[in-house]
Design a protein around this ligand. Structure first.
Ligand SMILES: Cc1ncc(COP(=O)(O)O)c(C=O)c1O
Length: 411
């Protein structure tokens, strides 16, 4: 038995994406070449760009293909920061994905950036009022603001539109890491960016204000690993990370990967009606949450409450703390029972770390080590949920007996 409940880490590739990938790989031609084979490759690439653009409501020219979500985030953060020199402050919530946290820390250590970490509440949400406060007390030195559309561990959706509006008033460019939200909740870049927004120039040498950049990754929606995109508004000024042939508006040089783009587009076009698909995911997730709380009554659900159509939680995410258990022990025991889940937190050389997201949400070190994330995808079934619920009590009993390791101090 092998049951995959770790769709937030990566999703199985869709058969349509595999087929499109394989077919496109046998097509020869560099899309920058003038001859007809090059032009055929270019046509395939540009059609893929149009499909990806349609899936997030932006113009095709705004889609900059990258080597994945991590690269898109690096490009947005470093590129906007450099374009906004000499401004130094980067506003960013705690509990972001490591692609953001580590990039901000790199800019701090190598380029004089001054991170302004914004707090998360107990549900993992950023309060727009805190953003308004941070910008109210000196927006002049703020280079950019970056935040997740949805937290990839606890699944909390962020009020990105509201925060984007606040930043726009001050002319501050905003990057959204939409990697975990993509395909789970609708994304409308045109509406978020307030297309055609006027009067928020950000000043000389700056970038336009409000939401100007948004990162995506193909492997979270059934596409291949190794391709993503930075949706970059035409209003934005950015300094490229990679120099070379000047492809993709000079923003990301390098011969473009037509086959990967075509496979990405196949997955993007299969997203279909995202809210309609949420109904199935949400129902399965609610069954899972109710089941966990029934079989392990001491379990604590983390993140926003799943409570109706306006809930601020990803439809495929369930995230719990199991007091007195190492999340890592539960993960290994469930794996032995044929079920793949995650602690959600980063792994350094194969050793899971306490969740920095739960820490940012005000939880103790022990709670941050007792977490388990179960994430559902389009192919998840009621039988998968039932198998997980059947395996959980024994795994929980055994992990409770093992208790907490004492390698990290608890409080
Ligand atoms: C929220 C979030 N941002 C960024 C990334 C990185 O994307 P990629 O794996 O395509 O580099 C991930 C992947 O885990 C993610 O969940």
């Amino acid at each position: 038995m092998s049951i995959y409940l770790d769709h937030a880490a990566t999703t199985p590739m869709l058969p349509a994406a595999i087929e499109a990938y394989v077919d496109a790989m046998s097509v020869v031609g560099n899309p920058a070449s003038i001859h007809s084979q090059g032009q055929n490759a270019k046509r395939m690439l540009e059609e893929a760009r149009e499909t990806v653009a349609r899936s997030v409501g932006c113009d095709p020219i705004e889609v900059v293909f990258t080597g994945g979500g991590t690269e898109a985030i690096n490009l947005a953060l470093k590129g906007l920061f450099w374009a906004r020199a000499p401004r130094r402050r980067i506003l960013v919530p705690g509990g972001e994905h490591h692609a953001t946290m580590d990039t901000v820390e790199w800019l701090e250590n190598h380029d004089g950036a001054e991170p302004g970490w914004l707090p998360l509440d107990r549900a993992g949400r950023v309060d727009p009022a805190r953003v308004a406060d941070a910008l109210g007390t000196g927006a002049e030195d703020v280079a950019l603001l970056s935040l997740l559309a949805a937290n990839n561990e606890v699944g909390t959706l962020q009020p990105v539109a509201e925060i984007g509006e606040i930043a726009a008033v001050h002319g501050i460019p905003v990057h959204i890491d939409a990697v975990s939200a993509y395909g789970q909740v609708p994304i409308d870049f045109r509406a978020l960016s307030g297309a055609g927004r006027t009067g928020a120039s950000g000043g000389a040498g700056g970038s336009a204000g409000g939401i100007v950049a948004l990162s995506l990754s193909a492997h979270k929606i059934g596409g291949p690993v190794g391709i993503g995109a930075l949706v970059l508004s035409r209003r934005a000024s950015i300094v490229p990370l990679i120099h070379g042939g000047g492809q993709q508006r000079q923003v990301r040089s390098g011969t473009q990967d037509v086959a990967a783009a075509v496979a990405f587009a196949a997955a993007a076009s299969a997203l279909g009606d995202v809210p309609a698909r949420n109904v199935h995911l949400r129902a399965l997730r609610d069954r899972l949450i109710a089941g966990v709380l029934a079989v392990v009554p001491t379990a604590v659900l983390n993140g926003a409450a799943p409570d109706g159509p306006d809930e601020q939680r990803l439809p495929g995410n369930a995230h719990f703390t199991f007091p007195g258990c190492e999340g890592e022990s539960l993960l290994f025991l469930l794996d032995a029972a044929g079920i793949s889940v995650s602690t959600g937190s980063a792994c350094q050389a194969g050793i899971p770390e306490p969740s920095h997201v739960l820490r940012a949400m005000g939880r103790s070190e022990a709670e941050a080590r007792s977490a388990l994330r179960i994430t559902l995808g389009r192919d998840s079934t009621g039988a998968d949920v039932d198998a997980f619920l059947a395996a959980l009590p024994a795994a929980h009993a055994q992990a409770s007996r093992a208790g907490m390791n004492d390698r990290v101090p608890t409080r």
